[in-house]
Design a protein around this ligand. Structure first.
Ligand code: PLP
Length: 398
């Protein structure tokens, strides 16, 4: 018996795998600090939980329409108008089991064998594998620290071929926290306008997790003309600390949303009825008050981790504009450790293993995000944990 070629072509999500390994070491009694997971360390706000409890008590526990409840879809339509001045109808919205399923549905509904999907690296770990599952070809464009981890218009233009079907833009970015300015998006938009058959997936998952005075814009704010060739992906996981509720959504052209709905109707059907009520309460409820405590903590921690990393031998870390990650250029540190015989190979996987085995700190090696020689930490953990973990890393690299 043999597994499908499809599944053999992909790997387990590396961030989830590292988190599981750290949890196992912890269960074995080790004092491991895990900086690998991508979720806020805040509780889901009470008014959201209350809406879900009420839904259970009222028996709202059955199938809903596949594409989402009318109430939630209306809340999403209103959210796009309120936050970005964008007009959508309910038929242009598909609610899914997390933003992860939204991108999966998109790939399954839109990508054919051999179609090219442009993915700037560093990238969110799941994009290339989901493209591969749809038999597409990820075209990785490297955007290193020297260009602020952002795709340039020249790189984009050079990467587009007659086989290009989709371009992925993720801002704020997981893993780098890089945020495109409105002008940078306009410049990318100028390139994309010349290719009306290329779809743009704008993954805005971290829209509300903005750091410092950075403001959020997406490609449609920059170039409204791209509306027919853009699909916006978003969700409630990160903004409202609702990672476990599994609600994400997509907004785009009706023909594409309908096709994605067909994929979903033959795989998972509707997302959980109760979670949909909770997401509706999140989107219709207080916004800035809801984000404020989380953003205050993230800003303080961000400043601490960036300053600390930049003071450690062989590490470089840019300030992020959003999300809750620090992405660290460790190429020099890796060379130092290798020369000193502390790591078995001169790469980020060896560094990650060393930090976990010798220092009890779990980070995600950059190669998981298409950026060898870097690592990512999440600062969605207490300041105490961060102080302890970064002291251990400093000690390891001293
Ligand atoms: N997009 C990005 C960039 C992410 O970092 C994540 C989660 O880590 C997702 C999408 C998917 O989030 P979820 O499936 O929890 O809604």
């Amino acid at each position: 018996m043999e597994l499908s070629h499809r599944v053999q072509a992909i790997k387990e999500s590396p961030t989830l795998a590292i988190t599981a390994k750290a949890q196992k070491l912890k269960a074995d009694g080790r004092d491991v600090i895990a900086l690998a997971a991508g979720e806020p360390d805040f509780d889901t706000p009470d008014h959201i939980k209350a809406a879900a409890i009420d839904a259970i008590n009222k028996g709202f526990t059955k199938y809903t329409p596949v594409s989402g409840t009318p109430g939630l879809k209306n809340a999403i339509v209103a959210k796009f108008k309120r936050d970005q001045g964008l007009d959508y109808t309910a038929k242009q919205i598909l609610v899914s089991c997390g933003g992860k399923q939204s991108f999966y549905n998109l790939c399954q509904a839109y990508i054919n064998a051999g179609d090219e999907v442009i993915i700037p690296a560093p990238y969110w770990v799941s994009y290339p594998d989901m493209v591969i599952l749809a038999e597409g070809k990820p075209v990785i464009v490297e955007c290193g620290i020297e260009q602020g981890y952002k795709l340039s218009p020249a790189q984009l233009a050079a990467a587009i071929t007659p086989r290009t079907k989709l371009v992925v833009i993720n801002s704020p970015s997981n893993p780098t926290g890089a945020v495109y300015t409105l002008d940078e998006l306009k410049a990318l938009g100028e390139v994309l306008k010349k290719h009306p058959k290329v779809m743009i997936a704008s993954d805005d998952m971290y829209e509300h997790v903005m750091l410092g005075s950075t403001t959020f814009s997406n490609i449609l704010n920059a170039c409204p003309e791209l509306y027919p060739q853009t699909i916006l992906l978003n969700g409630v996981s990160k903004a409202y600390s609702m990672t476990g509720w599994r609600i994400g959504y997509a907004a785009g052209p009706e023909w594409l949303i309908k096709a994605m709905e067909n994929i979903q109707s033959q795989s998972t059907s509707n997302p959980t009825s109760i979670s949909q009520v909770a997401a509706e309460a999140a989107l219709n409820g207080p916004q800035d008050e809801c984000f404020a405590p989380m953003l205050k903590a993230f800003n303080e921690r961000h400043e601490f981790v960036v300053n600390t990393f930049n003071g450690i031998r062989g590490l470089k870390c840019l300030t992020a504009g959003g999300a809750f990650y620090a992405f660290v250029d460790a190429r020099e540190a890796i060379q130092n450790l290798y020369k000193e015989g502390k790591i078995a190979a001169p790469n980020d996987l060896a560094l990650g293993s060393y930090l976990l085995e010798a220092q009890d700190v779990a980070v995600v090696p950059g190669s998981a995000f298409g950026a060898e020689g870097y690592f990512r930490i999440s600062f969605a953990t207490s300041m105490g944990n961060l102080e302890k973990a970064l002291a251990r890393i400093a000690n390891a690299l001293a």
